[in-house]
Design a protein around this ligand. Sequence first.
Ligand code: G6P
Length: 594
Amino acid sequence: MCGIIGIMSDKGPAAPRLLEGLTRLAYRGYDSAGVATLAGGALHRRRAEGKIAALAEKLAADSPPGTRGIGHTRWATHGGPTEINAHPHATDKVAVVHNGIIENHAALRVEMEAAGHVFTTQTDTEVIVHLVTENLSRGMDPRAAAFAALDRLEGAYAVVFLFADEGAPMIGGRCGTPLAVGWGEGEVFLASDSYALAPLTSRVTFLEDGDRVVVTAQEAQIVDCAGSTVERPVRTSTISAAQIGKGDHKHFMHKEIHEQPAVLGELINGLVFEPAVLEALAATPRLTMAACGTAAYACRVGAYWLESLARLPCAVDIASEFRYRTPPLPEKGAALFVSQSGETLDTLEALRYARSQGQTIISILNTIESTMERESDYVLRTHAGPEIGVASTKATAAQLTVLAGLALALAGDRPDEAAALRHLPALMVEVLERETEIAGLARVLAGFTHMLYIGRGPLYPLACEGSLKMKEISYIHAEAYAGGEFKHGPIALIDEDFPTVALAPSTDPLFDKMRSNMEELAARGGKILLLSDADGVAAMGKTATWSFAVPEVHPFTAPILYLLPLQLLAYHAALAKGTDADQPRNLAKSVTVE
Ligand code: G6P
């Protein structure tokens, strides 16, 4: 999973523009980065290990010349995150940037080595550059050399080639991972997404799988997988620079946490579902749901709602397991996929499996123009706007809101729950206003090495989400268990160094059960951070070591409201530990490899 960009222009210097694009693509990976430019018939490469700032420093000291270039920000798959393995990979004739995995790279490498090519990296990508170079040395022109190389590749890729030849076009291709063309005035751009293109142009064309694109500074010709020249629609991107800036916030994650009341307010106001979606859900004997990471926890919360309110049986799985389990799916069934990016390959392949089994495909998506959108029968939009922080926050809240709305729409007359949903943004504001209190608690938690999160009902998957947030950005080991389950084993871990975050609104029908579970922990010396409302905090008395009184909330919407203190706890624990909340180690925001 990586971000790529290409600039075909005769205007200003390419390097600073490439760098800005890479900064916008950093959410896709940030363990190393690089650029290559073309000037004087030669390629000029600069690469750096580490975050984009390391490349920026290199470019500030020694910017490569030229108005044309390609750039890459990497999330390592094959070969460690070193400068040698950083893209672009190049020979003296051609440079390439690649997002994806070439599955037959080992066989191609043997073939290229036999032909005399010397490999210098551990990446799967390097084989591409040798294939093209070999083709060029056999007399093919750049276009033919690139196309013939792409024909040999198996796996997933978006690639951009820059040739050491002023007369050659830039060539791009996509198969399984995204690539977009940006149309400028007398210049053309390629990039993994429209965020990277936003400062360059608002006119964007998304390539389809199998498409290749031949780019000059004046025009771009798109060729489909059958080799025919095709027209693809040009869209006007509405992404503004402000949407992808941090504003006054220290991190995107913080900004995105604070955007949640506004995002949900608008979303709830406009929440209507196409009758065909509701019909498909009403008709399915069982709803299949699959997603990855945070989105999978959103599915699990949603399943509680859909089953209890709408009486719709649900089968939820993480996408990477689902597709290889090859489960039998109901005849005339429906399947629901949830994804912020719409590009996560595990989820996409799960979707494709469900489609192959004749299911109606419904997706809940945030990013516009994604591959999942194109492959779904119906798309429910979360309208959260661009989410840049790697740890999902506002997109999760919006996914939950759409799922809650869907459960209500299917359940029929539920005035109390509907009113609770409408009231939610106001309660969220109340939580955010008390951020300082939560920050204080987070600083205490940051002193521990391990912690447990517990909840019951839909607050159990929410506890899983809280623990995921904590571990991914603060690197504290956090486990989550259903309130009733941890006594069946994990309770052995509990001592005064292993605190528990307990999600227990007093309005929840299972509050008394949670109360017993907390007593069990306290009796064993376990420290408890209680997230409840004022009544719950009062009822628990001294059993909890620390507490935060969340505003009283209807149990239906509690999972969405309780998400906020969990996000803030993780964020402030990360600040206390000095980790990078927006770009935690080893992660990428959307993972387009298996
Ligand atoms: C990655 C991210 C997670 C995210 C998951 C699913 O693993 O690090 O934060 O939840 O992908 O992403 P999606 O875009 O499909 O929601």
